[in-house]
Design a protein around this ligand. Sequence first.
Ligand code: SAM
Length: 226
Amino acid sequence: TLSTRLERVAAHVPAGARLADIGSDHGYLPVALMRRGVIEAAVAGEVALTPFHSAQRTVRDNDLQQHITVRLANGLAAIEPGDRVTAVSICGMGGETIRDILDSGKARLSGEERLILQPNGGEQPLRQWLMNNGYRILSEEVLRENLFDYEIIVAERAESVSYTDQELYFGPLQMQARSPAFLDKWQRKLRLKQQTLSHFTRAQQALPEAKVQEVAREAQWIAELL
Ligand code: SAM
């Protein structure tokens, strides 16, 4: 069984996909999807030796070596043209790390793949990369598990994609949907930013003015959103 978080990620993988799960750790996501008959084949990529061995073990224990290839590789270097990958999942990492993996591995993408991304923070720079590289966000959600807010961002290449600064910050679809988990997340964020700002004022610290301005602007965006 998958965690709630990976279960929500799994729901965005299309039936019949050939999946590359980058940073697979134990390999739970591709193994669960293969066992359920959702996907046709998978590559599990890992950059570190211990999780690489752990993914190999999960695949072997489930007798799925014919369908899931585990590769020790940095980011999208795990993907080979013969894999005919149709979906790429990158989950459980900071948004900046996911962005860097996508950016340095761009040459490995055909542009036909669906990207299923689950950042832990750093969503704004990740959405900025998606926009700059012509990916449209098809679906997104916020979920809370073990006192953490997680986001899932699903994207595919499209003609002309453009988002406003606020859409990049909050997520264009989440801003529209205003789910309870989304509103909870931003209520908490607003309280934190207000605390930061009042601390700045009280302590009269010599803080970089640009930083104060940034926090103030974000707090205002959030207040307007809510
Ligand atoms: N994807 C799984 C999940 O969501 O539960 C595992 C998340 S785990 C916190 C992050 C994994 O990504 C680690 O096993 C780490 O070794 C791997 N990782 C980090 N950077 C990577 C990279 N550049 N290429 C491949 N794997 C990477």
